[in-house]
Design a protein around this ligand. Structure first.
Ligand code: ADP
Ligand code: 5GP
Length: 203
Protein backbone atom coordinates (compact mmCIF):
# COMPACT_ATOMS: atom_id res chain seq x y z
CA UNK A 1 0.00 0.00 0.00
CA UNK A 2 1.52 3.29 -1.09
CA UNK A 3 -1.03 5.64 0.42
CA UNK A 4 -1.07 7.31 3.79
CA UNK A 5 -3.61 8.39 6.38
CA UNK A 6 -4.15 11.86 7.83
CA UNK A 7 -6.16 11.28 10.99
CA UNK A 8 -7.79 14.19 12.85
CA UNK A 9 -9.36 14.01 16.31
CA UNK A 10 -10.48 16.60 18.81
CA UNK A 11 -13.51 17.66 20.80
CA UNK A 12 -16.73 18.07 18.92
CA UNK A 13 -17.01 21.79 18.08
CA UNK A 14 -13.26 22.46 17.94
CA UNK A 15 -13.46 23.15 14.20
CA UNK A 16 -12.32 19.90 12.56
CA UNK A 17 -15.00 19.87 9.85
CA UNK A 18 -14.51 23.56 9.09
CA UNK A 19 -10.79 23.03 8.52
CA UNK A 20 -11.17 19.74 6.67
CA UNK A 21 -13.88 21.04 4.35
CA UNK A 22 -11.53 23.76 3.17
CA UNK A 23 -8.60 21.38 2.85
CA UNK A 24 -10.63 18.90 0.81
CA UNK A 25 -11.88 21.65 -1.49
CA UNK A 26 -8.36 22.92 -2.16
CA UNK A 27 -6.45 19.63 -2.20
CA UNK A 28 -8.54 17.65 -4.62
CA UNK A 29 -6.41 14.48 -4.65
CA UNK A 30 -7.25 13.64 -1.03
CA UNK A 31 -9.71 10.88 -0.22
CA UNK A 32 -12.09 11.78 2.61
CA UNK A 33 -13.28 8.71 4.46
CA UNK A 34 -17.03 9.17 4.79
CA UNK A 35 -18.03 7.51 8.04
CA UNK A 36 -21.33 5.81 8.70
CA UNK A 37 -23.33 7.05 11.66
CA UNK A 38 -26.62 6.44 13.41
CA UNK A 39 -26.88 10.08 14.51
CA UNK A 40 -29.53 12.29 12.92
CA UNK A 41 -28.53 14.39 9.93
CA UNK A 42 -27.94 18.09 10.76
CA UNK A 43 -29.13 21.08 8.77
CA UNK A 44 -26.59 21.76 6.06
CA UNK A 45 -25.24 18.19 6.00
CA UNK A 46 -25.68 15.85 3.06
CA UNK A 47 -25.98 12.09 2.84
CA UNK A 48 -22.82 10.68 1.23
CA UNK A 49 -20.89 13.92 1.73
CA UNK A 50 -20.56 14.34 5.50
CA UNK A 51 -21.68 10.86 6.53
CA UNK A 52 -23.70 7.87 5.47
CA UNK A 53 -26.70 8.11 7.79
CA UNK A 54 -27.86 4.60 8.60
CA UNK A 55 -30.10 2.89 11.16
CA UNK A 56 -28.79 1.15 14.24
CA UNK A 57 -29.87 -2.15 12.69
CA UNK A 58 -27.83 -1.50 9.52
CA UNK A 59 -24.88 -0.42 11.64
CA UNK A 60 -24.95 -3.62 13.69
CA UNK A 61 -25.16 -5.65 10.48
CA UNK A 62 -22.01 -3.83 9.31
CA UNK A 63 -20.24 -4.78 12.54
CA UNK A 64 -21.24 -8.45 12.13
CA UNK A 65 -20.05 -8.47 8.53
CA UNK A 66 -16.68 -6.94 9.53
CA UNK A 67 -17.16 -4.09 7.12
CA UNK A 68 -15.73 -1.46 9.50
CA UNK A 69 -12.03 -0.73 9.84
CA UNK A 70 -13.01 0.68 13.23
CA UNK A 71 -16.18 1.78 14.93
CA UNK A 72 -17.10 3.45 18.21
CA UNK A 73 -20.06 4.49 20.30
CA UNK A 74 -19.62 8.27 20.63
CA UNK A 75 -22.07 10.74 22.18
CA UNK A 76 -24.77 8.03 22.29
CA UNK A 77 -24.49 7.22 18.60
CA UNK A 78 -22.53 4.72 16.52
CA UNK A 79 -19.83 5.96 14.15
CA UNK A 80 -17.66 3.78 11.91
CA UNK A 81 -15.11 3.89 9.11
CA UNK A 82 -15.77 1.57 6.17
CA UNK A 83 -12.78 -0.61 5.36
CA UNK A 84 -13.17 -1.27 1.62
CA UNK A 85 -13.02 2.28 0.21
CA UNK A 86 -10.08 3.11 2.48
CA UNK A 87 -8.09 0.11 1.27
CA UNK A 88 -8.87 1.09 -2.32
CA UNK A 89 -7.64 4.65 -1.76
CA UNK A 90 -4.47 3.44 -0.03
CA UNK A 91 -3.74 0.96 -2.83
CA UNK A 92 -4.09 3.81 -5.32
CA UNK A 93 -1.45 5.72 -3.36
CA UNK A 94 -3.86 8.36 -2.09
CA UNK A 95 -3.87 10.18 1.22
CA UNK A 96 -6.98 9.11 3.12
CA UNK A 97 -8.39 11.62 5.61
CA UNK A 98 -10.14 10.44 8.78
CA UNK A 99 -12.12 12.64 11.20
CA UNK A 100 -12.59 10.17 14.05
CA UNK A 101 -12.60 10.09 17.84
CA UNK A 102 -9.87 8.88 20.22
CA UNK A 103 -11.25 5.33 20.47
CA UNK A 104 -11.23 5.05 16.68
CA UNK A 105 -7.69 6.43 16.57
CA UNK A 106 -6.49 3.67 18.91
CA UNK A 107 -7.93 0.95 16.70
CA UNK A 108 -6.79 2.53 13.44
CA UNK A 109 -3.28 2.94 14.84
CA UNK A 110 -3.11 -0.77 15.72
CA UNK A 111 -4.14 -1.70 12.18
CA UNK A 112 -2.27 0.88 10.11
CA UNK A 113 0.61 2.01 12.37
CA UNK A 114 3.20 3.92 10.36
CA UNK A 115 0.76 4.89 7.64
CA UNK A 116 -1.00 7.25 10.03
CA UNK A 117 -0.11 10.85 10.74
CA UNK A 118 -2.33 11.96 13.60
CA UNK A 119 -3.42 15.44 14.62
CA UNK A 120 -5.35 16.59 17.67
CA UNK A 121 -7.20 19.89 17.39
CA UNK A 122 -8.91 21.71 20.23
CA UNK A 123 -9.97 25.16 21.49
CA UNK A 124 -8.07 27.30 24.02
CA UNK A 125 -10.71 26.67 26.70
CA UNK A 126 -13.77 24.67 27.61
CA UNK A 127 -15.85 27.87 27.55
CA UNK A 128 -14.83 28.58 23.98
CA UNK A 129 -15.82 25.04 23.01
CA UNK A 130 -19.22 25.58 24.64
CA UNK A 131 -19.64 28.89 22.78
CA UNK A 132 -18.89 27.18 19.46
CA UNK A 133 -21.23 24.29 20.08
CA UNK A 134 -23.98 26.74 21.06
CA UNK A 135 -23.14 29.00 18.12
CA UNK A 136 -23.31 26.10 15.67
CA UNK A 137 -26.92 25.65 16.77
CA UNK A 138 -27.10 21.96 15.85
CA UNK A 139 -27.31 20.32 19.27
CA UNK A 140 -29.65 20.46 22.26
CA UNK A 141 -28.37 21.78 25.62
CA UNK A 142 -28.21 18.20 26.89
CA UNK A 143 -26.18 17.00 23.90
CA UNK A 144 -23.81 19.95 24.33
CA UNK A 145 -23.26 19.03 27.99
CA UNK A 146 -22.53 15.46 26.96
CA UNK A 147 -20.08 16.59 24.28
CA UNK A 148 -18.30 18.87 26.77
CA UNK A 149 -17.85 16.03 29.26
CA UNK A 150 -16.52 13.83 26.49
CA UNK A 151 -14.12 16.58 25.42
CA UNK A 152 -12.38 16.49 28.77
CA UNK A 153 -11.77 12.73 28.44
CA UNK A 154 -10.48 13.18 24.91
CA UNK A 155 -8.01 15.89 25.98
CA UNK A 156 -6.24 13.31 28.19
CA UNK A 157 -4.99 11.65 24.98
CA UNK A 158 -3.34 14.65 23.30
CA UNK A 159 0.19 13.34 23.84
CA UNK A 160 -0.53 10.19 21.83
CA UNK A 161 -0.92 12.25 18.66
CA UNK A 162 1.91 13.29 16.31
CA UNK A 163 0.73 16.91 16.12
CA UNK A 164 -1.37 19.20 18.26
CA UNK A 165 -2.69 22.71 17.80
CA UNK A 166 -5.30 25.06 19.19
CA UNK A 167 -7.75 26.29 16.61
CA UNK A 168 -8.03 29.95 17.61
CA UNK A 169 -7.23 31.85 14.45
CA UNK A 170 -8.78 29.92 11.58
CA UNK A 171 -6.19 31.07 9.01
CA UNK A 172 -3.29 30.05 11.27
CA UNK A 173 -4.90 26.69 11.92
CA UNK A 174 -5.44 26.11 8.23
CA UNK A 175 -1.77 26.85 7.60
CA UNK A 176 -0.85 24.32 10.29
CA UNK A 177 -2.93 21.69 8.60
CA UNK A 178 -1.43 22.51 5.20
CA UNK A 179 2.08 22.17 6.69
CA UNK A 180 1.24 18.76 8.12
CA UNK A 181 -0.10 17.67 4.75
CA UNK A 182 3.09 18.90 3.10
CA UNK A 183 5.18 16.78 5.45
CA UNK A 184 3.01 13.74 4.74
CA UNK A 185 3.57 14.24 1.02
CA UNK A 186 7.34 14.29 1.63
CA UNK A 187 7.39 11.01 3.56
CA UNK A 188 9.47 8.47 1.69
CA UNK A 189 7.11 5.57 2.32
CA UNK A 190 4.76 6.89 -0.35
CA UNK A 191 7.25 6.71 -3.23
CA UNK A 192 7.61 3.90 -5.70
CA UNK A 193 11.30 3.12 -5.18
CA UNK A 194 11.89 1.17 -8.42
CA UNK A 195 10.22 3.84 -10.53
CA UNK A 196 12.16 6.61 -8.75
CA UNK A 197 15.51 4.87 -9.31
CA UNK A 198 14.72 3.99 -12.93
CA UNK A 199 13.77 7.60 -13.68
CA UNK A 200 16.92 8.81 -11.96
CA UNK A 201 19.13 6.48 -14.05
CA UNK A 202 17.68 7.63 -17.36
CA UNK A 203 19.23 11.09 -17.21
P1 ADP B 1 -16.18 19.94 14.66
O1 ADP B 1 -16.19 19.41 13.24
O2 ADP B 1 -14.86 19.79 15.31
O3 ADP B 1 -17.30 19.38 15.50
P2 ADP B 1 -17.04 22.46 13.44
O4 ADP B 1 -16.11 22.57 12.28
O5 ADP B 1 -18.46 22.05 13.15
O6 ADP B 1 -16.43 21.52 14.60
O7 ADP B 1 -17.01 23.89 14.18
C1 ADP B 1 -17.88 24.17 15.28
C2 ADP B 1 -18.30 25.64 15.20
O8 ADP B 1 -17.18 26.49 15.48
C3 ADP B 1 -18.83 26.04 13.83
O9 ADP B 1 -19.93 26.91 14.01
C4 ADP B 1 -17.65 26.76 13.18
O10 ADP B 1 -18.07 27.74 12.26
C5 ADP B 1 -16.95 27.40 14.40
N1 ADP B 1 -15.49 27.56 14.26
C6 ADP B 1 -14.62 26.70 13.69
N2 ADP B 1 -13.35 27.17 13.79
C7 ADP B 1 -13.42 28.34 14.45
C8 ADP B 1 -12.46 29.32 14.87
N3 ADP B 1 -11.14 29.18 14.64
N4 ADP B 1 -12.89 30.41 15.53
C9 ADP B 1 -14.22 30.58 15.80
N5 ADP B 1 -15.19 29.70 15.42
C10 ADP B 1 -14.79 28.60 14.77
P1 5GP C 1 -20.22 14.67 15.03
O1 5GP C 1 -21.48 14.02 15.52
O2 5GP C 1 -19.96 15.99 15.71
O3 5GP C 1 -20.13 14.74 13.53
O4 5GP C 1 -19.00 13.72 15.46
C1 5GP C 1 -18.86 13.32 16.78
C2 5GP C 1 -17.54 12.62 16.99
O5 5GP C 1 -17.50 11.39 16.29
C3 5GP C 1 -16.31 13.40 16.54
O6 5GP C 1 -15.34 13.31 17.56
C4 5GP C 1 -15.85 12.68 15.31
O7 5GP C 1 -14.45 12.78 15.12
C5 5GP C 1 -16.25 11.25 15.67
N1 5GP C 1 -16.39 10.39 14.47
C6 5GP C 1 -16.91 10.69 13.27
N2 5GP C 1 -16.84 9.63 12.44
C7 5GP C 1 -16.24 8.64 13.14
C8 5GP C 1 -15.87 7.29 12.82
O8 5GP C 1 -16.07 6.77 11.73
N3 5GP C 1 -15.28 6.57 13.81
C9 5GP C 1 -15.05 7.09 15.05
N4 5GP C 1 -14.44 6.30 15.93
N5 5GP C 1 -15.37 8.34 15.38
C10 5GP C 1 -15.97 9.11 14.44
Amino acid sequence: MKGQILLISGPSGSGKSTLLNRLLKEETDLYFSISSTTRAIRDGEKEGVNYHYISEEEFKKGIEEDSFLEWAYVHKNYYGTSLKPVLKALNEGKIAVFDIDVQGFHIARKKFGELITSVFITTHSQNELKRRLEGRGTDSAQTIEHRLTNALDEMEHILEYDYFFINDDLEESYKNLQSILRVIRLKSNSINLRETINNWREF
